[in-house]
Ligand binder design. Sequence first.
Ligand SMILES: Nc1ncnc2c1ncn2[C@@H]1O[C@H](COP(=O)(O)OP(=O)(O)OP(=O)(O)O)[C@@H](O)[C@H]1O
Ligand SMILES: [Mg+2]
Length: 436
Amino acid sequence: MKDILKFLREARIGYLLFTSLIVLGVIFGAFEIIDQTLLKDIPPETMRWLYFSRGALAALLLMIWAAWTVYNYREYYEDQLQATKLRYSDIIEHSAEAIISLDTEGRITSWNRGAEQMLGWHRDEIIGESINLIVPDKLIELEELEHIDAEIQRRGYIQNFETERLTKKGEKKLVNLTESYVRNKDNETVGRSLILRDLTDVKMREEQIQQSERLATVGHMAAGVAHEVGNPLTAISSLVQVCQRKTNDEFIQDQLKKVREHIQRINKIVRELVDFSRPSSMQTEHVQINEVIKSAVGLLKHDARCRDVNFKLNLADNLPSITCVPDQIHQVLVNLLLNAVDAMKETAKPKITIFTLKQQNNIKLTVADVGKGIREENQPRIFEPFFTTKDVGRGTGLGLSVSHGIINKMGGAIHAESEYGKGTTFIIKLPIKTEE
Ligand SMILES: Nc1ncnc2c1ncn2[C@@H]1O[C@H](COP(=O)(O)OP(=O)(O)OP(=O)(O)O)[C@@H](O)[C@H]1O
Ligand SMILES: [Mg+2]
C-alpha cells in the first residue's frame, strides 16, 4: 500500500486529478446538452436510468483514463531507471580501476574490465571463486584480510590501503585498496565492494623522480669538484710538458709520457663531469633520429671491439624530427652501444638491435643487446655517476649518468630492462616538439 501511494505521488497525482476533472466536465457537459436538446419528452423513469448510466459511464471512463496515465508513467520511470542502471554499469565497466563485488561469503560476484586488465583473469574464470585467490599467501598468513574486516566493521569502509594482490600469472601487483559493505534497502549487509588502483606506474615515477633528484645533487657536487681539479691538472700537464722538453733521458721521457696519459684520462673524466651538470649552451637543431643512429653505428663499425657485432636496425619511416643538440644525442647512442658491446664480450653471437617508433607525442628508441645483463641489485644504480662494474681503467661509470642528464634536459626519459645472463634493453622516449 505504502509503495502504491508513493508511486502515485511520484506519478503526479495533481496532474491526474486535474485531467480527471476535465474528463468529468466534458462527459457531464455533453450529457447536459443531449438532455436539453434531444431528450425533452422522455418519461422520468427512463431519465433516471439515463442519469444512472451517465454516472456509471463517467466512472468507467475515469478509471480507464487513470489506469492509462499510471501505466504511462510507470513505463516512463522504468525507462529512466534502466537508463540510470546502464549509465552506472558503463562507468563501472570502463573504469581503469578494478571494481569487484563479493557476496557475504567472500566469493566474487562481479569483475569489471579494469579487473580483467589489471589482474589477468577473465570474469568467466573467476566469478564464484573466493577473493583469497588474488591475495598473496604471505598476506593471508599475516591475517591482512582479518585486519581489513575489522577496519570495515569499525568504520564501515577502508580507504587507500596500500597492499599487494596477485595476477593470474602469480605476479605481485602493488595496489591501493578501497573496500566497503554493500547493503540492501533494509540496511542488511549483502556483500562487499572492492576498488583496486594499480600503483606500479605511480611508484615507478616516484622512484624516477627520486633518482633524478639524487643525480642532480651528485651532479652539482661533482661539477664543483671537477672544476677545482681542472685547474691544478692543467698546471701539472704544462709542467710535465716542460720537463719532457728539458730532458733527453729515455727512461724519464717514457715515465713522463705515462704521466701525461694518466693526466689525459683524468681530464676526460673531468670534462664529462662538467658536461654532465652544465646547463647546455650548445645550439639545438631539428634532428632526424634515424640519421644519428646510422651515423653512430657507422662510426662503431670501424672500431676493433665491434668487429663481430651484428647491428640490426629496425627504424620506422617518416619519423618527425626532434629538437636537440645533435652531438649530445650522438654521444648518448655511442655510450649505449659501447656498453652493449662491452656486455657481449663473452657472447658467442653478439647482436645489437635498434628500434625506432613513433608513440603519441614521443619517439621511442630502444637499444637491445644479448649480453650478460645487469644483476638485479645493480639495476637501480646504473645511472649513478661513477657506478661501474668494469675493471679500474676500463670504465669510469659516467657514460650512463651523462646520457641520463642529456635525455632529461631534452624532456625525455631513459630506463633499462635487463635479465641477468640474457641481455639488456635501454628504452628512450624523446618528445616530439611540434612547430609553434
Ligand atoms: N648493456 C649493458 N649490459 C650490461 N650492463 C650494462 C649495460 N649498460 C650498462 N651496464 C652496467 O652499468 C654500468 C654503468 O654504465 P656506464 O656506461 O655509466 O659506465 P661504464 O660503461 O662502466 O663506464 P664509462 O661508460 O664511463 O666508460 C656498467 O659498468 C655496467 O655494469
Ligand atoms: Mg659506458
